[in-house]
Structures are given as C-alpha cells and as structure tokens.
Design a protein around this ligand. Structure first.
Ligand code: UT7
Length: 350
C-alpha cells in the first residue's frame, strides 16, 4: 500500500430548519434583494435547539464511510470552530458514536480554512503510516454563535457538515491529493472572530459582555483578503502539481460570497462556470463549506470522474489553503438534506 492519501468516500449533512432571506427580513432590517445581490444566498439551514456540531459531523461521516463502502477507519480529524463544548475536542465523541473504537481523534481549528488543513493533517497520518483510512470532517454550527440582531452575519452563515474518507494508495490513482498550499497571517486576526470566552479575555478578570460572546467580522476587509489569498493559494497549488490554470476543470472554493467566486475567477482569468457553487441554498457553512460543495458537485454531476479539481478555502486566523486532485469514481454520494427523500447519486452508473 502506498503513502499517498486518496479520496475514497464523500458525505454531507445539513440540519432540517430552513431560514430563507424572507424569514430574516421578518425580524431584521434587511431584505431578500440585498442578501441575494450582495452574497448570492437565498437560504441557509440551521440547527434546532439541542442539536450540535457533533450530530451533523457524525451523520456526514456515516455517509462518507458508506460511500467508501466501509464502516471502519483508523483516525478521525474534525475541522470545527464551533465544537460541542469548548473543552474537550469533539472528534473523540464523534469517533465513539461512529463505533470506531479507540482510534486517534482530534479537532483542527482553522475556521473556514479548517477542512483543507484537516485534509493536510490526515494526509500526514497516512504518509507516516499511522493510519490507512482516515475520516476527515468539516462541521460548524455558526448559527449558535451569531448575534441574533446582526443582519450581516445572520445573512451570511448557515450550519452543516461534510466529510471525506481518505485511504492510503499511490499518487497516480484518481483521488490522490496532489499539490497542497497552506498559509496564515495572524497580524490580521482582528478581522473576524469572537472576542470573549478564550484565555486572553478571561485573563483580564472582567466578566464577559454578551456582545463579546458573538462572532463578528469586518466584511469588506475580509472580502478583499479572501480574493487575494485564495487566488494566490490556487496558483501555488496548481504550479506544485505541474498543471496550468487552464487545465483545471473545476474549482471548489469556500462558499463565503458568490461575488468572491466571481472575483477569484476574474483574477485567475478562468471561466466562472468552472466554479462549483451551492451557496444559494446553504450560505457560508465555514469548515463544512468545501465538502458540502463537493457533495453538491457530485450529486448534480458537475464534478465528473477524471476532472482536475482544486479545492481552496480562506477564513479567520487569517488562514487559507488549497489542494488539488483528479476527481475519482466514488460509490453512492447522498444529497446533504437530512430527509429520507434525499436523492442519491450513483457515480459508478454514470
Ligand atoms: O467565511 C470567512 C470569510 N468570510 C468572507 O469571506 C466574507 C467576506 N465579506 C462579505 O461577504 C461581505 O463583505 C458581506 C456580505 C459580509 C457584506 O457585504 P458588503 O457588500 O461588503 O457590505 P458592507 O459591509 O460594505 O455594508 C454596506 C451596507 C452597510 O450600510 P451603510 O453603512 O452603507 O448604510 C451595511 O450596514 O450594507 C449594510 N448591510 C446590510 N443591509 C441590508 C450589511 N448587512 C446588511 C443586510 N441587509 N443583511
């Protein structure tokens, strides 16, 4: 068995409660047209009271394992910034609920870039032969950390989880993770985040004010950084693979804003039609964003076996990253809705 990491299964899950732009407009000073034209989002899905990130992560992982034709794995890497509890990590509980026994399981905190960071970490476990099969999950429930009166973040974020199964193989196989590029800029950590609740805020000894427990973001500055960092990261990864941008069939980028995808396409001088997008239905689902878009692409047939694909994400930290692969032929990939009526996509039958 080789030491390359191969995508062998894919799954996702979004919670049942749909919040449309009209629902938001009924309680906040906003409207459907503003949200659609500024972000490309029509609705997002959010957890119900009592539902948590780990619940979505377990379901997405189950579906990814089923798509890989297995129910076992040697490790779980969970990218999230909305863990079930601040301490301990959520991944061990997810591994336990999946029935995986005493496998290594840990969280990766890189906010919206988390899934690409988690892929890189899991690839390292496989390269070191510490694991032959790893479940990599991106899951977040930002609806639980937003200021209910903030129309900007309320319009943008949704909840969800997406997962892939990586298995050991050789780098000439379809699905092998090829080039990778990661980066961060902590000097701009002020651009988004939650001020309170961590060790720094607590060290002042002052009680936390309610507004400091919510996630906030300087939208325009983040937008500019997102375009700049994802474009550069994609270029770096493509170069590391020995590809040209024109060779890339599909770009699966973090779904933060439809206008960001258009701006990156322009900057890279590639047709925006090559960008997979599901933001209209799910909004910005943070660490779940890239794997949810992968599921959307697989289910809709937009991603085809043999496609050269680049994944890229960017978010708080700041942190960003991208990774390239040739899209593999997978088992059944189920649509992300948590309903029995979910459509199935049999890629092997295409
Ligand atoms: O996932 C991590 C990475 N995140 C991102 O990449 C997000 C990047 N940023 C964005 O997507 C956009 O900056 C936002 C969607 C967050 C905001 O869009 P924008 O076009 O940059 O708006 P803005 O912040 O410049 O605000 C323009 C106006 C402001 O009003 P004034 O001050 O001009 O009167 C806002 O108060 O739009 C107002 N506004 C809204 N109006 C109606 C902000 N949110 C809303 C809203 N409905 N929901």
């Amino acid at each position: 068995m080789g030491s390359a990491a191969i995508v062998a299964g894919l799954g996702a899950c979004v919670p049942l409660t749909v919040v449309t732009n009209h629902d938001l407009a009924a309680r906040l000073d906003t409207d459907d047209e503003w949200i659609r034209t500024r972000t490309g989002i029509r609705q997002r899905q959010v957890v119900a009271p009592g539902e948590a990130t780990g619940d979505l992560a377990v379901e997405a992982a189950r579906r990814a394992l089923a798509s890989a034709g297995t129910d076992t794995a040697d490790a779980v890497v969970l990218a999230t910034s909305t863990p079930d509890r601040l301490c301990p990590a959520t991944a061990p509980h997810v591994a336990s609920r999946l029935g995986l026994g005493n496998v290594p399981a840990f969280d990766v905190a890189a906010v919206c870039a988390g899934f690409v960071y988690a892929l890189a970490t899991a690839s390292g476990l496989i390269a070191m032969r510490a694991a032959d099969r790893v479940v990599v999950i991106g899951a977040d429930t930002f609806s639980t950390i937003l200021d209910p009166d903030d129309r900007t973040t309320g319009a943008v974020f949704g909840d969800g989880a997406g997962a892939v199964v990586l298995r050991a193989g050789t780098d000439d196989e379809p699905g092998a993770l090829l080039g990778l590029s990661l980066g961060s800029d902590g000097s701009r950590s002020d651009l988004m985040g939650i001020p309170g609740g961590g060790s720094r805020q607590r060290s002042t000894g002052l009680p936390i004010k309610e507004e400091e427990t919510y996630f906030g973001m300087q939208g325009q500055a983040v937008f500019t950084q997102a375009v700049r960092r994802m474009s550069a990261s994609v270029q770096e990864t493509v170069a590391r693979c020995g590809w040209r941008l024109a060779d890339v069939d599909r770009f699966v980028l973090h779904q933060a804003n439809a206008r960001i995808l258009v701006a990156v396409a322009r900057k890279l001088d590639v047709p925006v039609e090559r960008f997979v997008t599901d933001i209209e239905r799910v909004g910005n689902t943070v660490a779940a964003s890239v794997p949810l878009a992968l599921v959307d692409g697989a289910v809709s047939g937009d991603l085809d076996p043999g496609h050269r694909v680049v994944l890229a994400s960017f978010g708080g930290g700041l942190a960003w990253g991208s990774v390239a692969l040739v899209w593999p032929r997978l088992g059944t990939v189920q649509a992300p809705a948590l309903t029995d009526a979910a459509e199935s996509y049999q890629s092997g039958a295409r």
